[in-house]
Design a protein around this ligand. Structure first.
Ligand code: PTJ
Length: 238
């Protein structure tokens, strides 16, 4: 992952700050045991159900997500019929163009017109595509901490976050929070989407209805506590 991100920086796709963000993620991954836990799986399942039910689902891609999971982004978008839109915090037209051609090389049709504004946001994340995030009903937001989630919700959109930090602003504000590494979450969601494609709308609606994000976030915090308690026990038993 580190090598991919460093290469991404060299290509001008990943922001330098993306390396710092990765370090934050790694630290949380360590104290989660670096595996997909049950709480993440529950969220991934609900996320796929919500995307399959959506009219205009959009996968929002930044410089980290682009280099970490391009193939899986393409597959997931195809399976749930989602648009892929570039949305970055560290914005320049040149950088967006670089991310766009990087994703296109992976066979992804990308939205990045930047012809509309998401009212209420000051950062460059306000720059959106009128065929994508602007009209989306469900937005998948991987690897991001900030105020965009809150604003997306204010615009009536459902937000799915993928964030290893269950305490981040985005993680706490999202409708569905996947506390997992994007490199595990995306392949898992592809697998689930392949299976759930054949589900009826009522089956998908039931999954979404029964999903409880507060319980998932609490279980994620509990997961960290339990993992650390296990480490502590092991150290004391030496
Ligand atoms: O490409 P840009 O310009 O949009 O910039 C991208 C970054 C990631 C720098 C920026 O948008 C950002 O929000 O960075 P933050 O504030 O550090 O937030 C990143 C969040 O993602 C943190 O809560 C990390 O714990 C989490 N994270 C980092 N790596 C992973 C991750 N979550 C899941 N999988 C990862 N691999």
């Amino acid at each position: 992952m580190r090598e991919k991100l460093v290469e991404g920086v060299k290509l001008g796709v990943t922001a330098m700050q993306g390396l710092i963000a990765h370090g934050r993620g790694e630290a949380f991954d360590y104290i989660l045991g670096e595996v997909t836990r049950d709480f993440a799986l529950r969220a991934e399942r609900a996320a796929v159900a919500l995307m399959l039910l959506a009219k205009h689902p959009v996968i929002s891609v930044n410089g980290n997500t682009a280099v970490l999971v391009p193939e899986e982004t393409r597959k997931l978008a195809e399976l749930v019929n989602a648009k892929v839109e570039i949305n970055v915090f560290h914005h320049s037209p040149e950088r967006v163009e670089k991310i766009k051609s990087y994703l296109e090389k992976h066979g992804i049709e990308v939205l990045a017109a930047g012809d509309a504004v998401l009212e209420g946001l000051d950062s460059a994340r306000r720059i959106v595509d009128s065929r994508g995030i602007l009209i989306a009903d469900v937005v998948l937001v991987p690897l991001e901490d900030g105020d965009r989630c809150e604003i997306l919700k204010r615009h009536g959109k459902k937000v799915i976050a993928i964030d290893l930090n269950p305490l981040s602003r985005t993680a706490r504000m999202a409708d569905i929070t996947i506390v997992d590494n994007v490199v595990r979450a995306f392949p898992k969601m592809v697998e689930l989407a392949e299976e759930m494609q054949s589900y009826s709308r009522s089956e998908l609606e039931k999954i979404v209805r029964e999903y409880d994000n507060s319980a998932v976030l609490a279980d994620a915090v509990d997961g960290v506590i339990r993992y650390l308690e296990g480490v502590k026990k092991e150290l004391l038993s030496r």
